[in-house]
Design a protein around this ligand. Structure first.
Ligand SMILES: [Zn+2]
Length: 81
């Protein structure tokens, strides 16, 4: 049994959220990734920073997605924009 990826959305946060990967806050107004899928047969969705999701997409396989939890990843540094 593992994570099955269904869809990604890229909403702008209307209230603060926690990033599923690094556990830090996704600020209001920040565009982020909302991922939906099935975990062990149950529908699940979570939010994460864009940069965290990019790292995860590169480094995680389906088993990792099954076991990942909040704080699994250190948030990468961002350049000032
Ligand atoms: Zn994050």
């Amino acid at each position: 049994m593992s994570w099955r990826h269904l869809s990604d959305e890229h909403p702008v946060a209307r209230k603060p959220h926690h990033c599923f990967l690094c556990g830090e806050t996704i600020e209001v107004g920040e565009r982020h990734v909302k991922r939906s899928g099935a975990r062990r047969g149950e529908f699940s969705s979570f939010r994460m920073h864009h940069e965290c999701s990019e790292i995860a997409n590169e480094n995680f396989d389906e088993m990792d997605w099954d076991t990942v939890g909040e704080g699994s990843l250190e948030r990468p540094a961002r350049g000032e924009s």
